[in-house]
Design a protein around this ligand. Structure first.
Ligand code: ATP
Length: 195
């Protein structure tokens, strides 16, 4: 089986916290590839700052020169609310030769039991959880069916968030070294986030 990481998010915009998390997951589980899956409409979040096409474009720009990392845009093509269980079922059907690892930051790890069909999802994938600074996850809080399928990966703590980047752009502050240069340029050239 080809071990493949799936990393879902709004990526509004992608930043180095995401890239480092994906790399830490890749290393920890010896993944062959990591596919970044921009959500069309996440079940848990209201309208993101940039539209779906813009978020996908920024991901593509960021991943252009990162072997083993790529964008998988099936949730954008499917539209509607993006449920992970639907995404995983579709990918398993399309790629029977792959085993899937679902990558999540600690804020999302805590929420896993609330995801649609989470018990079934835990049968289909292994979760890889990464701690975000100031927001670690405690395994004791999680139900056994999640704990059994959860691998913890570590990364140098990165206190970066897309919310902070959007706010900085709006305030005319620098976001250099928070996301790859071509993404910074693209945000500025397209006047995104009120830049
Ligand atoms: P926002 O600030 O808009 O909520 P975000 O920075 O949390 O965005 P998302 O696109 O919502 O980014 O996150 C996608 C996934 O990446 C989630 O599982 C999230 O936990 C994880 N993640 C985001 N930032 C980090 C980080 N700095 N370190 C580790 N994981 C992260």
């Amino acid at each position: 089986m080809r071990k493949t990481g799936l990393f879902g998010g709004t990526f509004d915009p992608i930043h180095y916290g995401h890239l480092l998390a994906a790399e830490a997951a890749r290393e920890a589980a010896k993944l062959e590839e990591v596919w970044f899956i921009p959500t069309f409409a996440p079940p848990h979040k209201a309208n993101p700052g940039a539209d779906a096409e813009t978020r996908r474009r920024m991901l593509e720009i960021a991943l252009e020169e990162t072997p083993g990392f790529r964008v998988e845009d099936l949730e954008l093509r499917r539209q509607g609310v993006s449920y992970t269980i639907d995404t995983v079922n579709a990918l398993l059907e399309r790629y029977p030769d792959r085993s899937f690892y679902w990558i999540v930051g600690s804020d999302m790890v805590k929420d896993l039991p609330n995801w649609r069909d989470s018990e079934r999802l835990a049968e289909l994938v292994t979760f890889i959880g990464l701690d975000r600074p100031d927001d670690p996850f405690g395994e004791a809080e999680l139900p056994m069916y999640v704990r059994r399928k959860l691998l913890r990966a570590s990364m140098p703590p990165m206190g970066l968030s897309s919310t902070d980047i959007r706010r900085r752009v709006k305030d005319g502050r620098s976001i250099r070294f928070m996301t790859p240069d071509p993404v910074c340029d693209w945000i500025r050239r397209n006047g995104l986030y009120g830049s």
